[in-house]
Design a binder for this molecule. Structure first.
Ligand SMILES: Cc1cc2nc3c(=O)[nH]c(=O)nc-3n(C[C@H](O)[C@H](O)[C@H](O)COP(=O)(O)O)c2cc1C
Length: 316
């Protein structure tokens, strides 16, 4: 399915800058939207519901001055450990947030409520079973969070995930996992995705809330520096090896936490041990986000224009 026109017309490149706990804030969101990329943030990044209201006000006001800006979105963690869900959802509905991204749980009432005001719901999934459930529940978009994605990630390859999910879903399909440049965004489209879902690359920008040491670590790291483990939050995800070691734990001998930590309670795990995807190897700079978006759009256009230049001999 094509990207809804009220979205597509305002994009310079088919990208959602994925929500990242403790990383995405108003400056990153507005910078993305201003540059034609859908900017998003987890509601939980504002540490209270009142703080979340303040962020929505600020983003709304700044975007109102930019009529061509891309729409923005928020991520709601639909997990029983998120005691703020009801209050944050009520605010999301009252402010008519254009895009709601749900993770760690599916909620039919939420989908209906967002649809009632004209918003879209994208849901993030790591396998076909979850994708089928969400498709049946009526989400507008499915995000395939594939092997190598930053944070909680699936174990399925991007190729396999896209073909399986596409066969049961004709809504907006997004691909997440290790995407760091415009050629990869073009590749995602050629593979059947409508949009790319890019997290880690946006962490290494001037506007992200990441501390300087984390930004530097992203520039210095390669895919082999990413550890896939359930030992940090309680479910499997990708984290920077060096940050695990710096926090005093042995990356090669990790023990699972006593309780789940999705950032909905004290967020201990996420403060010192930093999530990142295998796409770190493609990060060499920490640019202003508008420069990054322009670069992604340029690389995307060039890659699409040249993709057909290799001509094979006629098949008999
Ligand atoms: C530091 C970090 C924090 C994240 N926090 C969240 C979050 O709060 N909610 C969520 O749905 N996904 C979260 N994610 C996952 C991203 O939204 C997205 O799925 C992922 O970054 C895509 O893969 P990539 O990082 O390889 O581009 C996080 C990822 C990272 C790297």
């Amino acid at each position: 399915m094509p990207i809804p026109s009220r979205f597509a017309n305002r994009l310079t490149v088919p990208v959602v800058a994925a929500p990242m706990f403790l990383i995405s804030g108003p400056d990153l969101v507005v910078g993305c939207c201003q540059s034609g990329v859908v900017g998003t943030f987890p509601a939980l990044n504002a540490r209270t519901t009142e703080g979340y209201a303040g962020w929505l006000d600020e983003i709304g006001q700044r975007l109102a001055a930019l009529p061509r800006a891309a729409p923005f979105g928020v991520n709601l963690v639909v997990h029983r450990s998120n005691s703020r869900l009801e209050a944050d959802l009520a605010l999301t509905i009252a402010r008519k947030v254009p895009l709601v991204i749900t993770s760690l749980g599916l909620n039919r009432d939420l989908i209906a409520a967002v649809h009632d005001y004209g918003g879209l719901v994208f849901h993030d999934v790591t396998n076909l079973k979850f994708a089928a459930k969400a498709a049946e529940a009526g989400v507008d978009g499915l995000i395939a969070v594939t092997f190598g994605a930053g944070g909680h990630a699936g174990m399925i390859s991007a190729f396999a995930a896209l073909q399986e999910i596409r066969s049961i879903f004709d809504g907006v399909l997004l691909l997440g996992g290790s995407i760091s440049n415009g050629a990869q965004i073009a590749a995602a489209r050629l593979m059947g995705a409508d949009m790319a879902y890019v997290g880690t690359r946006f962490m290494a920008t001037q506007e992200s809330l990441a501390v300087e040491r984390l930004k530097q670590m992203l520039v210095e790291s390669k895919a082999a520096d990413i550890v896939y483990t359930p030992a940090i939050s309680g479910i499997a995800g990708n984290f920077l090896r060096q940050s695990i070691a710096a926090a005093g734990r042995d990356p090669d001998n990790l023990t699972p936490p006593q309780q789940l930590d999705f950032g909905t309670t004290d967020a201990k795990a996420w403060k010192d041990i930093w999530a990142a995807g295998q796409g770190v190897g493609g990060i060499e700079t920490i640019p202003p986000v508008q420069d990054l978006c322009r670069q992604l759009a340029r690389e995307y256009e060039t890659s699409l224009a040249t993709a057909g230049q290799f001509s094979c001999r006629q098949a008999s």
